[in-house]
Design a binder for this molecule. Sequence first.
Ligand SMILES: [Zn+2]
Length: 284
Amino acid sequence: MIDWLLLWFVAWIVYWSESLWWVGRDTWILVGDRTGALRLQQGPHASPRGGAGLYVAGMTLRPRWRVQLPDSRDGLPSSGAPKATKARLSEVINATGNLRRWSLGLALWIFAGAPLAIFSFGLARTWLGLVISILAWTTAIVIQFASEWRRMYPDAPRAWHGPAATMLLSPFGAINASDRLVRHAFRSFGLVDIIESVAPDAEVIRTSRMLYFSPEASEHTRSAITDMLARRTLGRVLFTPPPRLSPDALSYCPRCQEQLFRVAGECPDCDWVTLVPFDPVQSR
Ligand SMILES: [Zn+2]
């Protein structure tokens, strides 16, 4: 009884630790599983203020994929090829479709089927069959992973060996196979193009503010964002104040939109971003 519970717990911890990423403050991550359900996250979830830290994926069995986007300070924010970016997103969605179904099957087998078998028949009578079935399933995922990899990265057709070896050594990693497949799929694309092509309006506005008002944003990045917002007919949304949440709110952060009860200073959450006072005409 204790055996299988302990095994289950260890398995869950190993699986969860497989889904942690160490990321920098300026790393953008695209999280999703299909178009229309994509979210952009900047930087780690947990870090000492302003530094690199851990990006924590949600505790879910449903395999999702996450793409590490090009650093906003590297390269061109816009490559001027939104069509190519959209095509790449379709590639990512197609390449991960089957893989995610296989991974979900493996996850259900490891976390539900196997514990049930051990509970019913005992570990001594089931372990060999379980090990063989999990290895066979993992191998099937790795074979599919390799073929999708060669399709997605024709310039690095052998680079699948590393992630494949890791997955064979730890089948929990195979649950996140689609994650491993597409992590760098947008490496040579422009961040602003990606935001324009993949995000719904609300996400475009939120991420544009985060990038535009970052003290490190270059003029090139800022003008790429302004052009992109004009193409999405979102016009001057960057400079529109948020609806006032309280009559006592005196200023807001143009970057994260937090509202504060003081008229000047810097945003407590965004380094070096100066607060903008609310228009006095708007008050009370
Ligand atoms: Zn802020």
